[in-house]
Write a protein that binds this ligand. Structure first.
Ligand code: PEP
Ligand code: MN
Length: 341
C-alpha cells in the first residue's frame, strides 16, 4: 500500500509512519516529491492490509492510504506518477531527454573498446556499453574477457568520461564490477533469475533490466519489483524484443509492449534495436520507431570493425553509420517534442 502524506507533513510526521511500519515488521520506501512525500509499505501480508490501511490513515498528516492491487507497486505509476530519473554517473535516464548507450557487444581488446568509446562519445552517446561476461548460446563461443574486460571498461571510462553499463550474469561477478562499471545490466536470459535480481538490488547501483524474450510485460514489471523490493529504485527498463513465430528478424520488437509498460511503470524505459533485429540494416528504422513511440533512450551496438567482431557483428553499426543514425534520432526526438541528452 501507499501512504500519501499531506503537503504540509513534517519530518516527524513521516518518521511516525515509518516507525509504525517498522514496529509491525514491514519495510518501506520513501519518495519525496516536490509537493508531497509518499511512503510505500513493503511486506504487509495480504490478510492484514485492510486493517493496517485503516490504522495508518488515522496517523497525523496522512492524507490517504492507497491499497495497491497490482502485483508490483514500488515500480508502478500509481506510486510515482511522473517518470523517474535514474542517474548513471553523469548520465540521466528518464528526464525527457533521449539518452543513448552505445558500444560493442563484448569487450574484445583495449584498442577495440577505447576506439568504440571515443567514437560513440563523439556521436553523442551518454554511456558506453560492453560485455565482459557474455551469455552465449553456445559454450564454445567467445564468453567475454571477464575481469580483464572490466579493467578495460574502467580504462575507457577514464579516457572518455563516459559511464559504463555492463552485464552481470551471476552474483559472484558483482563484487568485481562495483568499482569498474556504473550500472549493472541484467540480460534477457536472466530476467527471471530472482536471486540475481535481489542481489543486484542490494548493491544500490543503477540496474538496466532487459525484458526476457519470453516474458510478458507483467513478468518484466514484476522482475523490476524484485530489484525495487531489495531496496533499489534506480532501474532502467530495456525492451529488446520477444520471440515469436517470425524468423526474419532475430526477435520481434514489441514496441506496443514497451508503450504499455510505460503506462504501468514510472521507471524510464529504453529500447535496444540491435538485439531485437539482429541485423545492422534494421537497427536504424527500429531505433527511430522506438523514439517516436516514447522510449526514453536507446541501447545500440557499435563496433569499430563489425566484420571482425567476436560477437554480434551482424547487428553492429560502424562508427559512421552510428553517427548518421544519431542525427536522424535527433530529428525524430524533436518531432515528438524531445531533445537528445
Ligand atoms: C547484451 O545487451 O549484451 C545482450 C546479451 O542482450 P540481451 O540480454 O537483450 O540478449
Ligand atoms: Mn550483443
Amino acid at each position: 500500500m501507499i501512504i500519501v502524506m499531506t503537503s504540509g507533513a513534517a519530518e516527524e510526521d513521516i518518521a511516525r509512519v515509518i516507525q509504525r511500519l517498522e514496529q509491525d515488521g514491514y519495510g518501506h520506501h520513501i519518495s519525496h516529491g516536490v509537493e508531497r512525500t509518499v511512503i510505500g509499505a513493503v511486506g504487509a501480508p495480504e490478510a492484514e492490509k485492510e486493517q493496517l490501511a485503516d490504522q495508518l490513515s488515522r496517523l497525523p498528516m496522512v492524507e490517504r492510504v492507497v491499497p495497491i492491487l497490482k502485483p508490483y507497486k514500488l515500480v508502478s505509476r500509481e506510486y510515482h506518477p511522473e517518470t523517474g530519473v535514474v542517474k548513471v554517473g553523469p548520465a540521466h535516464f528518464g528526464d525527457e531527454k533521449i539518452a543513448v548507450i552505445a558500444g560493442p557487444c563484448a569487450v574484445e581488446s583495449e584498442e577495440q573498446v577505447l576506439e568504440a568509446a571515443q567514437v560513440v562519445k563523439a556521436a553523442g552517446a551518454v554511456a558506453l556499453r560492453g560485455g565482459a561476461y557474455k551469455p552465449r548460446t553456445s559454450p564454445y563461443s567467445f564468453q567475454g574477457l571477464g575481469e580483464e574486460g572490466l579493467d578495460l571498461l574502467a580504462k575507457a571510462r577514464e579516457l572518455t568520461g563516459l559511464p559504463v553499463v555492463s552485464e552481470v550474469m551471476a552474483p559472484r561477478q558483482i563484487e568485481g564490477m562495483i568499482d569498474r562499471v556504473d550500472a549493472l545490466q541484467v540480460g534477457a536470459r536472466n530476467m527471471h533469475n530472482y536471486d540475481l535480481l535481489r542481489e543486484v538490488g542490494q548493491t544500490g547501483m543503477p540496474i538496466l533490466l532487459k525484458r526476457g524474450f519470453a516474458a510478458t510485460v507483467q513478468e518484466w514489471l514484476r522482475a523490476a519489483e524484485y530489484v525495487a523490493a531489495s531496496g533499489n529504485l534506480d532501474i532502467i527498463m530495456c525492451e529488446r524484443g520477444v520471440r515469436t513465430f517470425e524468423t526474419e528478424t532475430r526477435f520481434t520488437f514489441d514496441l506496443a509492449g514497451m508503450a504499455a509498460a510505460k503506462q504501468e511503470t514510472y521507471l524510464p524505459i529504453i529500447a535496444d534495436p540491435s538485439h531485437t533485429t539482429g541485423d545492422y540494416r534494421l537497427v536504424g528504422p527500429m531505433a527511430l520507431a522506438a523514439v517516436a513511440a516514447g522510449a526514453d533512450g536507446l541501447m545500440i551496438e557499435v563496433h569499430p570493425h563489425p566484420d571482425q567482431a567476436l560477437s554480434d557483428g551482424p547487428q553492429s553499426l560502424t562508427p559512421a553509420s552510428f553517427k548518421r543514425l544519431m542525427d536522424q534520432v535527433r530529428t525524430v526526438a524533436a518531432a515528438v517534442g524531445r531533445e537528445m541528452a
